[in-house]
Design a protein around this ligand. Structure first.
Ligand SMILES: [Zn+2]
Length: 455
């Protein structure tokens, strides 16, 4: 009797356990079916793959659907949207975004707080990343996206606008990981006094400190009506003294310039600049005229010349120009800055294989002949013919010299520069030269009487 009852109890326990296992299995199966069903539905309806899991196995049915019908698919995960090549979605999605705050102590970063995005097989194929920022970043109007390659941090997209807690940026093959951060502005450095004459347009030059600060929006305000302020343009209207305040509202930083406006108009020296003969000299394999580095089809840079990026002068001038353009409602950014000899080699040969050498030579430089290698030139906004004639291109054409830049390959100067019109390619030569060259209406080659021709 006793024995039988015991066996019965064991049987019953095993029976119950079996049922439980089957039940749990069915529940798991049911949940995973529901999740996958919802994913399939959202893919079909909105081109969106919604998941709240970092590691996910997706139905083959969904993968097949994506491969057959969708070129690009967006993955939505926990405040992130990642647009990827549809055909890259394999049956397993690993979305470990490592979104947690990191502090970086490296290069110019001293305990710099930010969001680190680590690539994995999905993020590696991402075309665009849109993400919801944590509070300490989203409270800013703008953030910076740094690209990371082999432990090096490079400003990839500066001043990315925060829209409704989100930012969005296209990824680049040049970087492995990304670091999203915000660098506060400490001060704006400028001269404290300025003397000018009625009718003058004021040359307010300033420097942001630190130069890589994120929010660089400024406003101008004068203490009285002696100045006329129209966007970035400030004109002296009446005789007297005034104080001009440059203010950065976001960081509550301001700086004052005491301005004395004299009534007697400066007598413009009409002395015609005589045709000067400039001499080109070679120092350590680099060509110069006066203090200007010359890089064109005739004068190359040594293959090992590597300034490591855009020069500080270039960046300071660019940031000053960017803040002024913003006052006129124009957004400027650096699309392509420094390029090494070897990067140019790859780019140029790629164009040659596409269009042939003769055609490629009109718009791309042979390695060593690109100004991008000098660290003194960059492509602004959109290096494409469609940029010509846009408001930003026109603004650059009319104003960039004020900050020390020239449009290096002007319209109608193809014969002397050797390149088609590039409204986006700016070269830094310093304010004095930029003014002289721009006002002459000549290209750099015409101004200095040099050629730009491959031998
Ligand atoms: Zn360029």
């Amino acid at each position: 009797m006793k024995k039988r009852r015991k066996r019965l109890r064991v049987d019953r326990i095993l029976y119950c356990l079996g049922i439980l296992v089957v039940f749990v299995y069915l529940v798991i199966l049911g949940i995973s079916w529901i999740i996958n069903h919802n994913i399939f539905k959202s893919v079909k309806e909105d081109n969106l793959l919604k998941t709240n899991k970092t590691n996910l196995k997706v139905w083959t049915k969904t993968i097949n659907y994506i491969n057959e019908n969708v070129d690009e698919i967006t993955i939505k995960h926990d405040g992130y949207y990642i647009k990827v090549n549809g055909n890259y979605i394999k049956n397993h999605i690993n979305l470990d975004l490592n979104k947690y705050t990191t502090k970086i102590n490296k290069g110019s970063f001293k305990n710099q707080k930010g969001l680190y995005i680590k690539k994995n097989e999905i993020l590696d194929e991402a075309l665009n990343i849109k993400l919801k920022l944590p509070y300490y970043l989203r409270k800013n109007n703008e953030v910076d996206v740094y690209g990371i390659k082999k432990g090096e941090y490079t400003l990839y997209k500066g001043r990315v606008k925060v829209k409704d807690k989100y930012i969005s940026f296209d990824t680049s093959d040049d970087y492995d990981d990304y670091f999203i951060t915000y660098i506060p502005l400490d001060s704006i450095n400028t001269k404290t006094t300025l003397t000018c004459y009625v009718g003058d347009e004021l040359d307010i030059s300033f420097k942001f400190v630190p130069s890589n600060a994120t929010n660089k929006s400024i406003t101008y305000k004068a203490s009285n009506d002696l100045l006329e302020i129209k966007g970035s343009k400030i004109t002296a209207k009446k005789k007297g003294n005034t104080i001009l305040t440059i203010k950065n509202i976001k960081n509550n930083i301001s700086t004052d310039i005491k301005i004395t406006i004299k009534g007697k108009k400066k007598v413009k020296e009409v002395k015609k600049e005589e045709e000067k003969k400039y001499e080109i000299v070679n120092k350590d394999g680099i060509y110069y005229i006066e203090d200007i580095m010359i890089v064109n089809k005739t004068y190359p840079l040594p293959s090992d010349y590597n300034p490591g990026g855009l020069s500080d002068d270039f960046m300071d001038a660019f940031y000053e120009m960017q803040a002024h353009a913003e006052l006129d409602g124009i957004e400027l950014w650096i699309q392509s800055g420094y390029r090494s000899y070897y990067t140019q080699d790859i780019i140029y040969n790629n164009y040659v294989s596409m269009d042939g050498q003769n055609e490629a030579d009109t718009y791309s430089s042979r390695p060593g002949h690109s100004e991008h290698q000098s660290g003194l030139a960059a492509d602004i906004n959109n290096p494409d013919e469609s940029f010509n004639g846009t408001a930003a291109a026109e603004w650059l054409k009319n104003n960039c010299y004020k900050y020390g830049f020239i449009v290096r390959f002007p319209e109608g100067k193809e014969d002397s520069t050797g390149y088609i019109y590039e409204s986006w390619h700016l070269r830094y030569v310093g304010k004095e030269w930029a003014k002289k060259i721009t006002e002459s209406g000549k290209s750099l080659e015409e101004y200095f009487g040099i050629t730009s021709r491959y031998e």
